[in-house]
Design a binder for this molecule. Structure first.
Ligand code: PLP
Length: 286
């Protein structure tokens, strides 16, 4: 089946989908993106993903490439045309196409918009979750506004590559304060000795993960304690459990950090339970 991607008003075969070499996304990483999970044909937490998308655009003063109702129509069209059952929608907007010059184009140009569908095999994620994943720790080299979901991801790319070279799934990023901010493409969590679930508070040093937001509500509904505060590598190594979250990763148990076992070295009960409950708790739309 030919995959179809939406590019600036047109639905085109993905292999023919193109943007200009003068697109500011290509030249300056001047753009933002969203990843919204599709599970059993339904969008998971679409409202929260769209809220974050429009917030990222506003923070960078990029004009809305489409109003929210129109974007929702495009997302559904891409879902349908690709008959996507499991995977995610990738949405990217950039400041548009203009002769290369650092300041914003004046007069402004039309922002570029791409919506693409990617399929994922759910069994793969489930198998990874049953085994648990390894993470490494590496310095956080990113800029100071990582709360914006910008397409400028070079430090994240380098961190994930380092993880891969070391046989790990994810890299946890350590800030100048010596504390773990988040993963290169996920939020970071631990379960401490008192069974409190800990993840960093929302500030400009982490992305406001949508999975994180929904999971905090699920944790409270389960009667577990959650604390939003930073934690150190030492605290993580001493934790009962660790896990990461992301829209396609869901809740993924971490069994090893920098070659050292966490807890029993097996996926823990809290992470395993939260993963099992997640889709039943999150919002679905189609
Ligand atoms: N942190 C970073 C740096 C990410 O890139 C991501 C997802 O890609 C997340 C956290 C998790 O966010 P979400 O749960 O919205 O996918």
């Amino acid at each position: 089946m030919t995959r179809i991607t939406y590019v600036n008003g047109r639905y085109v075969p993905s292999l023919e989908a193109q943007v200009s070499v003068e697109d500011r996304g290509y030249q300056f990483a001047d753009g933002v993106y969203e990843v919204c999970e599709v599970w059993d044909g339904e969008l998971i937490d679409e409202g929260r993903h769209l809220d974050r998308f429009y917030r990222s655009l506003a923070e960078l003063k990029i004009a809305e490439p489409a109003a929210r109702p129109a974007l929702k129509v495009v997302m559904r069209e891409i879902l349908a045309r690709n008959r996507l059952a499991n995977g995610y929608l990738y949405i990217q907007a950039t400041r548009g196409v203009a002769h290369r010059d650092h300041p914003f184009p004046d007069p402004p140009v039309r922002p570029s918009l791409v919506v693409a569908a990617k399929s994922l095999a759910p069994e793969k994620g489930e198998a990874a979750a049953r085994a648990g994943v390894k993470v490494i720790v590496t310095p956080d080299l990113r800029w100071k506004r990582v709360d914006i979901k910008s397409i400028s991801l070079l430090p994240n790319v380098l961190a994930r590559q380092e993880a891969r070279e070391k046989g790990a799934y994810e890299a946890w990023l350590v800030g100048d304060d010596g504390l773990i901010s988040e993963g290169a493409a996920s939020n970071a969590w631990i379960v401490d000795a008192g069974r409190t679930v800990v993840t960093r508070q929302l500030d400009r040093s982490i992305l406001r993960g949508i999975t994180r937001t929904t999971l905090i509500e699920l944790i409270a509904a389960e009667g577990l304690r959650v604390e939003e505060r930073p934690f150190s590598l030492k605290e993580a190594l001493d934790a009962r459990e660790a896990f990461i979250t992301g829209a396609t990763t869901l809740v993924m148990p971490v069994v090893e950090i920098d070659g050292r076992k966490i807890g029993e070295g097996r996926p823990g009960p809290v992470a395993t339970r939260l993963r099992a409950l997640f889709h039943g708790f999150a919002a679905h739309s189609n």
